[in-house]
Design a protein around this ligand. Structure first.
Ligand code: HDD
Length: 705
């Protein structure tokens, strides 16, 4: 029974529920009221009478320290924050499973790869690298792609990125590259930006970063969705079979829905319109039952291949082109459930490169070796206790037995007398030579020294390979991104030094950026340790456009509607889009909705000011002739159209929308991406063409930068 408590006037807003605890048969109290609602308790389990007013002396007197409920509540609140991750602070995760296609027993003894069709629980966290926890989703940045697979032989973490190479070759340089990209220490800005002096100063002094820079300046760094990006384990790892024979392996996650990115001009606007764009996208897709999926592909090779390959397979700034070594599909990853609680799972999940089950092992990649130290170490700082594996998201899902005990927040200690081994009580777990992890017995020798292998010295050839493998629009985007970023660098010498590296990668690119920056003269190419190889065959697998989806599935159409919108065209568009496996949102002058031409009320999803076209992959303009004259004067409606056009999106429009197109300056420039919607057939043609996602042929005319 709920009743308004008889309280002094100043606390009248507080509604106190008067509840009676239920009793069990033995008369014991339960913290559940007779009507089934739980009774509010303290963290100690004590039932609470009043959570609206602290305990005080008289109506206007001081608060009493005796108020244990108040003190406990505020104490806990004061300690809610934990340190954010030193990198990859902003992230979003989901649960799912990994399914093995076929047994891989010949090459690995890892249990997870032994049985076709077996599903193993998994958790994935996507992230940006540089920004703080509260930064925007569409920063130009690398995306983290960290996968935890809860195998029957312990947790296997592939702590990867959406880019298959890295900035540096040796982990000892990690603090430097990260310091340089984070906010500059004297001024505390810029946030989640690489466009500043410190970053480009470091990069221009670190030629090994050039291959990575090509990727980071490409559209890969502004993905449309986590669902449309690749993931890479980056390093060379080893598979090891039951006979202790090793095969080198590189891990790649390939999105089922294909690759897709946004334009930089669009990214900047998305960050304003919806800073949580990527989070919301994953949340909505999974809640709607559109479970994102990636295929695990592996590049497998032996020592002979490694010896013959043009580059060192231990160098994390190099790839093995897929055309040179085609990947093999070995399983799939499906994300089908959001965490119950963001903090408990996504924030507290601890990924560690050193989490490998028997059958998977490391190579000598110096970046990987350093990471294997860093990831354990950082969890203590972040999660506050060596018992972070007791947190459910980090605990293995297989049985585990060890003698680690005590420490802060110990949830489970060994039971019984024995907490060591060997012991003569005949109790407790013992090692297993047969089933335990056996480190691959590679034969290592050499003098102790701080050295960088000569085989790591070519910093430009693969940067060039990446650049020449891009389509013309993608090459333009790289040049534009470099120009934008370097335009934010205030020190001319840094801009010039950067251009001197670009000249080694591709002379035209270097000159183009020099010109766009307004450099007075083109600098000398940087001194290179070894000449850039011009003869590497382009790898089309490196292009997003070449790898595009050719389908609109999983994408979103924004439909501009008003009172009087043609109901039959609207129906045809929404039906066709849904049939494609895509989503749509209705954007209307008022979020409540519209009355369509058939007199029926249709609920809207966004008001025009809240649903700019940057949130959609394509747009349909279906205003009625009566309302369009009002719409042409609305800035957000004009931007909706002008931006969709400038971002090279497909635009379907009814005749009534022509004045709106005209106000957005588009009438003369209509092209194959602006499609008139007169009847069901034209709607079908429009929706079919959406699979191309963008009309890149339009780009030079709109000067999208
Ligand atoms: Fe790292 C987090 C990926 C190099 C040290 N890293 C972190 C995350 C990802 C990566 C995806 C976020 C995990 C999560 O969602 O919780 N890192 C990479 C990749 C690298 C790489 C693909 C190069 C190939 N990282 C790298 C180096 C070091 C670190 C060389 C240190 C020597 N990384 C860390 C860290 C983090 C981390 C400080 C911060 C939070 C955490 O580990 O759990 O230990």
């Amino acid at each position: 029974m709920a009743k308004r408590n008889a309280r002094p006037a100043n606390s009248r807003s507080a509604v106190i529920h008067e509840q009676k605890l239920t009793r069990g048969n033995g008369g014991e109290l339960h913290q559940i009221a007779e009507d089934g609602t739980p009774v509010l308790t303290t963290a100690q389990g004590g039932p609470v009478t009043d959570d609206q007013n602290s305990l005080r002396v008289g109506e206007r007197g001081p608060t009493l320290i005796e108020d244990f409920h108040f003190r406990e509540k505020i104490f806990h609140f004061d300690h809610e924050r934990i340190p954010e991750r030193v990198v990859h602070a902003r992230g979003y995760g989901a649960h799912g499973y990994f399914e093995t296609y076929e047994p891989l027993s010949a090459i690995t003894r890892a249990d997870v790869f032994q049985r076709a069709g077996e599903r193993t629980p998994a958790f994935v966290r996507f992230s940006t690298v540089a920004g703080s926890k509260g930064s925007v989703d569409l920063a130009r940045d690398v995306r983290g792609f960290a996968v935890k697979i809860y195998t029957k032989e312990g947790n296997w973490d592939i702590v990867g990125n959406n880019i298959p190479v890295f900035f540096i070759q040796d982990a000892i340089k990690f603090p430097d590259v990260i310091h340089s990209v984070k906010p500059e220490p004297d001024r505390g800005f810029p946030q989640a930006q690489s466009a500043h002096d410190n970053f480009w100063d470091f990069i221009s002094l670190t030629p090994e970063s050039m291959h990575m820079i090509m990727w980071v300046m490409s559209d890969r760094a502004i993905p449309r969705s986590f669902r449309f990006m690749e993931g890479f384990g980056v390093h060379t790892f080893r598979f090891v079979n039951a006979n202790d024979e090793s095969t080198f392996v590189k891990f790649h996650w390939k999105p089922k829905l294909g690759l897709q990115s946004v334009a930089w001009n669009e990214a900047v606007k998305i960050n304003g319109a919806d800073p949580d764009f990527h989070r919301r996208d994953l949340w909505e897709a999974i809640q709607a039952g559109n479970f994102p999926e990636w295929e695990l592909q592996v590049q497998l090779f032996d020592q002979d291949f490694a010896d013959a390959f043009d580059f060192d397979v231990l160098d994390p700034t190099k790839i093995i082109p897929e055309e040179v070594l085609p990947p093999k599909a070995v399983g799939r990853l499906v994300l089908d459930r959001m965490p119950d609680n963001f903090f408990a799972e996504t924030e507290q999940v601890a990924f560690m490169t050193q989490n490998v089950p028997p059958g998977i092992d490391f190579s000598n990649d110096p970046l990987l070796q350093g990471r294997n130290f860093s990831y354990l170490d950082t969890q203590l700082k972040r999660l506050g206790s060596s018992n972070f594996t007791h947190i459910p998201i980090n605990a293995p899902k297989c049985p585990f037995h060890h003698f680690q005990q005590d420490g802060h927040m110990a949830m489970r200690n060994p039971v019984g007398r024995v907490n060591y081994q060997p012991n003569s009580w005949g109790e407790g777990p013992r090692e297993s030579l047969e089933d335990g992890f056996r480190h691959y017995a590679s034969d290592e020798q050499g003098a102790k020294a701080r050295l960088r292998a000569e085989s790591f010295a070519d910093h430009y050839s693969q940067a060039r390979l990446f650049f020449v493998s891009q389509t013309p629009p993608e090459q333009r985007h790289i040049a534009d991104a470099l120009t934008f970023e370097l335009s934010k660098v205030q020190t001319p010498a840094i801009r010039e030094r950067m251009v001197s590296h670009l000249l080694n990668i591709d002379e035209t690119l270097g000159k183009k950026v020099a010109h766009a920056l307004g450099l007075k003269s083109v600098p000398k190419p940087a001194d290179a340790a070894v000449p850039t190889r011009q003869d590497l065959a382009p790898s089309p697998a490196l292009s997003i456009i070449e790898r595009g989806p050719r389908r609109f599935e999983g994408r979103k159409l924004g439909i501009l509607v008003t009172d009087g919108t043609d109901a039959s065209i609207l129906k045809a568009v929404t039906t066709a889009v849904t049939k494609e496996g895509a989503m749509f949102e209705l954007v209307a002058p008022k979020v409540g909705g519209i009355t369509a031409s058939d007199g029926k009320w249709v609920q809207a999803h966004q008001m025009i000011e809240g649903g700019p076209s940057v949130l959609y992959d394509a747009v349909a303009l279906l205003p009625s002739p009566e309302v369009v004259s009002e719409l042409v004067d609305v800035a957000a409606a004009r931007d909706f159209v002008a931006d969709a056009f400038a971002h090279c999106k497909y635009i379907g429009y009814v005749e009534a929308a022509v004045p709106l197109l005209a106000r957005a300056g588009i009438t003369d420039a209509l092209d194959e991406g602006t499609i008139s919607l007169g009847d069901a057939r034209s709607v079908e043609a429009f929706v079919k063409s959406l699979g191309s996602l963008r009309v890149w042929a339009r780009e030079p005319s709109v000067k999208l930068k």
